[in-house]
Design a protein around this ligand. Structure first.
Ligand SMILES: NC(=O)c1ccc[n+]([C@@H]2O[C@H](COP(=O)([O-])OP(=O)(O)OC[C@H]3O[C@@H](n4cnc5c(N)ncnc54)[C@H](OP(=O)(O)O)[C@@H]3O)[C@@H](O)[C@H]2O)c1
Length: 259
């Protein structure tokens, strides 16, 4: 099969199209014929070696984890999926390829793991489904698992036009929160169309070093524009209203507080 492989850290020039052996599903694994693969920021960060200290790459490797495709084979003992089913989710064995194998049941799936694969809803296109296991799950985790967002709260979503933020805006509105989204000017209408009641041009309103966000002034919060896309831990100060929270995910910082 064809696959993109990486043999050393670097930039996009390290993504090599190569012929490799198609994986054979082992006991508890399924083989997926890939129709679409999500491309996530973590992948260029890993490619550049930014994760080397805590997750050193084993070369050569096939990048990518978000995947949509059709089950093309099942390993011994697999009962949850059958050949021909449309599936989406994640594979930890690389998805910039024509095929990937992934664990769905024991013995491949150990007690410490959970299956990252599900049937693709008929209403979802392959392309759309490829975005779910990246941006949507991260947004859900940040807002609800980490942030415990409740109806009636305000939430400030940086990078609201991005792969994570665009889901976060919609989820927060669905929950009944008041959504403030920051984005570049060209994306403000898009963020508004997703449901944000207040949109902020991040280039004009937030200044690195803490000049603050005038539109957020009523929230008694201040921070610098620590980048969401850059990996995002806040560098500046933040003063929050009583009851406010700063849940963090890899997706940056989410401020939520009672009105
Ligand atoms: N996607 C995932 O599954 C996933 C999972 C875990 C963690 N993360 C992390 O979450 C972050 C965002 O991921 P993403 O997929 O949403 O990325 P993305 O699609 O590239 O979106 C990032 C957004 O951040 C905005 N942005 C860029 N530079 C900024 C800055 N200096 N200050 C404020 N906003 C800035 C951009 O908005 P404008 O274009 O409107 O300016 C862009 O839309 C990344 O650090 C990523 O590693 C992502």
């Amino acid at each position: 099969m064809q696959a993109i492989r990486v043999h050393q850290y670097g930039g996009p020039e390290q993504l090599k199209l190569e012929q490799v052996v198609r994986p054979t599903p082992q006991a508890g694994e399924v083989l997926i014929q890939i129709h679409a693969a999500g491309v996530l920021p973590a992948e260029w960060k890993a490619l550049q070696g930014l994760f080397h200290t805590f997750r050193p790459a084993i070369f050569p490797y096939i990048p990518g984890s978000a995947v949509v495709g059709v089950v093309a084979g099942v390993g011994p003992g697999v009962t949850a999926f059958r050949v021909g089913q449309a599936v989406f989710g994640r594979s930890v064995h690389g998805t910039y390829a024509e095929y990937t194998a992934t664990e769905v049941e024991p013995p491949a799936l150990t007690p410490a793991m959970f299956s990252l694969l599900a049937l693709t809803p008929a209403a979802l296109s392959f392309d759309a489904a490829a975005t779910i296991s990246g941006g949507a799950t991260t947004a859900w985790q940040a807002l609800f698992a980490d942030g415990e967002l409740q109806a009636g709260q305000r939430v400030l979503i940086h990078g609201a036009a991005g792969g994570v933020g665009s889901f976060a805006v919609q989820f927060a509105r669905w929950k009944g929160a008041h959504v403030i989204g920051t984005a570049s000017r060209a994306n403000l209408d898009f963020v508004r169309s997703l449901g944000a009641e207040t949109v902020i041009d991040r280039h004009n309103t937030i200044r690195a070093g803490g000049a603050g966000c005038r539109s957020c002034a009523g929230h008694h919060r201040r921070r610098d524009a620590s980048t969401v896309a850059g990996g995002g831990q806040p560098r500046g100060s933040a003063r929050l209203a009583p009851g406010a929270a700063i849940p963090r995910s890899g997706a940056g910082t989410w401020y939520s507080g009672h009105e």
